[in-house]
Design a protein. Structure first.
Length: 242
């Protein structure tokens, strides 16, 4: 006798699977690919190479309804295009986004045996190219709840001035971690708050991550800069809460 499983059971199973298992499941069939993809997109962490980050951002942007009417950047033959699997608006499945130094750093070679010098190759994916894409991709993530930028935060803000406004106006964002604010990014946050572009009260955690010490560091009160009525408590394990 053949057993028939309800579809909702598969979704419960997928929710409990590891990323590697989900990848294998997605290769089984078209239906499994479509069912597993939301769980693969749920937690986006980049700690390997800027190439992976760039591919992810293009995937989110190219498959969104907002860009679906634009010309395909990579035109293919009709019979190949017909077989393409399309996930509509994949950004809606992203709940957490985390970016580490290795996910966006310049590629370096080791010391030369003769000269002892370190040779640095040109950065294949400079921040000025992918930072605007990151801003656009995040604007397509309405269910984003947690963001942690462990590297290049100030540079991202300089290369894409709208980044902070887009990020802080995500309707479900509750957690925000960065290495630190420089003067420019701090003023940008203050402008977003003062003009009421974002509801900062919904943020339950804002953390400043000291990458060298591997701890959370909470610096002075920011109410004079941002116009807020809350300060930061000193703690090495948890972030300040409003």
């Amino acid at each position: 006798m053949t057993s028939v499983l309800n579809e909702d059971l598969f979704y419960e199973i997928f929710a409990a699977c590891s990323v590697s298992t989900l990848v294998n499941i997605s290769l089984v069939s078209t239906r499994f690919y479509m069912a597993a993809m939301p769980y693969l997109l749920r937690d986006a962490t980049f700690d390997r190479s800027p190439e992976l980050l760039s591919r992810f951002l293009h995937f989110i942007i190219d498959n969104s309804a907002a860009t679906s009417l634009r010309t395909d950047r990579h035109p293919v033959q009709p019979h190949i295009a017909a077989r393409r699997l399309r996930i509509a608006d994949p950004g809606k499945y992203v709940s957490t986004f985390e970016l580490y130094e290795r996910g966006c750093r310049t590629t370096k070679e080791g010391p030369n045996a003769r000269s002892g010098l370190i040779h640095v190759r040109p950065e294949p994916y400079p921040c000025k190219l992918w930072a605007p894409l990151l801003t656009q991709a995040i604007s397509l993530m309405p269910n984003l709840r947690s963001v942690a930028i462990h590297s290049r935060f100030d540079k991202i803000c300089r290369c894409s001035p709208q980044f902070l406004e887009v990020l802080l106006t995500r309707p479900r964002l509750t957690s925000f971690t960065v290495p630190d604010f420089d003067c420019a990014s701090s003023r940008a946050v203050g402008e977003v708050v003062r003009e009421r572009k974002a509801d900062m009260a919904k943020l339950r955690k804002i953390a400043f991550d000291d990458a060298d010490a591997g701890e959370f560091c909470h610096v002075g009160a920011v109410k004079s800069e941002w116009g807020l009525t809350a300060g930061f408590t000193e703690s090495s394990a948890s972030a300040s809460e409003y």
